[in-house]
Design a protein around this ligand. Structure first.
Ligand code: SAH
Ligand code: SF4
Ligand code: F3S
Length: 441
């Protein structure tokens, strides 16, 4: 049996795609996935190009694999993901050892590409397809997951001025609700208790039922919440644009919806938001959060920030800090702006020096980390409903871990039988994002 090794970078969409890749190669070519790159017959890199550093990881990794390729003549190296769709054949120029270049939309063609390569011994680059056919390969009987992802849409039509995603993932393509429900029911039957709906902008989701009537994102969530065995629903990533009132209302109507929302704001300055082409204002953003908190006073809000966007003054940055204070964000993914070739912002004059950008990032992260710690410590002494996910070893002692509804990881001692169940845990200790607790019932 031949073996594949897959290394995944980037967002959850890529993680989802990587499991599809291994399902497809297992089904069509009977390949088995391995965690040891030296044992593999095919090495696959599922790449991300959101920032320059993420993109460069690909070439560093290929450099490290040179010796593997030298020692095993037939070794196949394939590059997929967002760098592949962006750079296409240019990757061969920098890294001639690569054999196959494929994209998120051509994953289903991988078996054919491998066969063709073995037959003709010629490099292959196949990154574009009009339809997405990979989804039908979601069935994976090997691993049972308590918490699983389902991709509901792919691509982005928003074109924020700094972002490469619409150029790498293409325009929005939505899966039908029937198709998504088939996957959700399949997962539920196989032991999944928590589903995270994935997409670059899940709240833009729009599709049709087989009778022709429209299905939007809030309707889709309602449908999934009707699956009895699914106890918790999350989604990633939503956008303040199109965060409509019907979606806000499901926080009232659907208790299964997690008590944590990731809603990327990027900046606290309207001037910068405009330059970023984000199409909402800070007061609109605050209004969304205010409305959600009316239904869920304790909801935890997390966000993404970009610091040092061209034209960001001290005043603009102070507005971001002010927003963090006002909203009390629980956590964030925050980065220094990285100019991406092919995006409109790439041409903007970037006058802020690197030291200043680093300083701003440091200040922002310090402020949010303080919140994270504060919220975690506030949970000490409380009883939390935890969805138990798996057994882990902590200092050679068997423990269980799971997540609270506000997405905190909780570690405690208990019987393996609790896996997949919601248990009440008394929180005894708190680090930044991890809590230690005691099983109650
Ligand atoms: N669709 C989501 C975000 C997807 S990209 C949204 O619109 O909110 C994930 C995050 O990467 C973004 O929220 C942004 O903070 C960051 N990002 C995107 N392009 C970037 C760039 N050129 N430089 C730095 N960070 C970037
Ligand atoms: Fe990128 Fe903007 Fe689309 Fe998010 S909404 S993926 S930041 S272009
Ligand atoms: Fe990266 Fe592509 Fe995801 S650029 S963040 S892997 S959509």
């Amino acid at each position: 049996m031949k073996k594949i090794y897959i290394k995944t970078w980037g967002c959850q969409m890529n993680e989802y795609d990587s499991s599809l890749i291994s399902n497809i190669l297992k089904k069509k070519l009977n390949y088995k996935r391995t965690n040891v790159s030296e044992q593999a017959d095919i090495l696959i890199l599922n790449t991300c190009s959101i920032r320059e550093k993420a993109q460069e990881k690909l070439f560093h990794q290929l450099g490290r694999w040179k010796t593997l390729k030298k020692n095993k003549k037939d070794l196949i190296i394939a590059v997929g993901g967002c760098v592949a769709t962006q750079e296409k054949k240019k990757i061969y120029k920098r890294a001639p050892l690569v054999n196959i270049i494929f994209g998120p939309k051509t994953i289903h063609r991988l078996p054919k590409m491998i066969e063709e390569l073995e037959l003709k011994k010629k490099k292959i680059c196949n990154v574009n397809a009009k339809k997405i056919k990979k989804y039908s390969y979601y069935k994976n009987n090997i691993t049972q997951k308590i918490s699983a992802y389902i991709s509901i849409m792919e691509g982005c039509n928003k074109f924020c001025s700094y972002c490469i995603v619409p150029r790498t993932r293409g325009r929005e393509i939505n899966r039908t609700p029937q198709d998504i429900l088939l996957e959700a029911n399949f997962l539920a039957k196989n032991g999944t208790k928590e589903i995270t709906l994935l997409g670059q902008n899940v709240n833009s989701y729009i599709s049709k039922f087989s009778n022709g009537s429209i299905c939007n994102f809030s309707q889709l969530i309602e449908l999934i919440s009707n699956i009895q065995d699914i106890k918790r629903i999350k989604f990633l990533t939503s956008n303040p644009m199109e965060f409509t009132d019907d979606l806000i209302k499901i926080y009232k109507n659907i208790p299964k919806l997690s008590n944590s929302l990731h809603l990327p704001v990027q900046s606290g300055s309207n001037k910068i938001l405009k330059k970023m082409r984000r199409k909402y204002t800070i007061s609109e953003y605050k209004e969304i959060i205010k409305k959600i908190r009316k239904y869920r006073p304790n909801i935890y809000i997390t966000s993404d920030f970009i610091v040092g966007f061209p034209g960001e003054t001290h005043e603009d940055f102070k507005k971001t800090l002010k927003l963090i204070k006002d909203i009390k964000f629980d956590m964030s993914f925050s980065f220094i702006y990285s100019p991406r070739p092919g995006t409109p912002a790439y041409r903007l004059h970037d006058e802020i020096n690197l030291q200043e950008k680093k300083e701003r990032l440091y200040l922002l992260q310090k402020k949010i980390n303080k919140n994270t710690k504060f919220f975690s410590q506030k949970m000490i002494g409380t009883y939390q409903k935890v969805l138990v996910e798996k057994q882990i070893y902590v200092n050679k002692i068997k423990k269980l871990c799971g997540k609270t509804t506000n997405n905190r990881l909780v570690i405690f001692e208990g019987s393996k039988k609790l896996i997949g169940k919601c248990s009440y845990i008394k929180i005894l200790q708190a680090n930044m994002q991890t809590l230690q607790g005691k099983y109650v019932k």
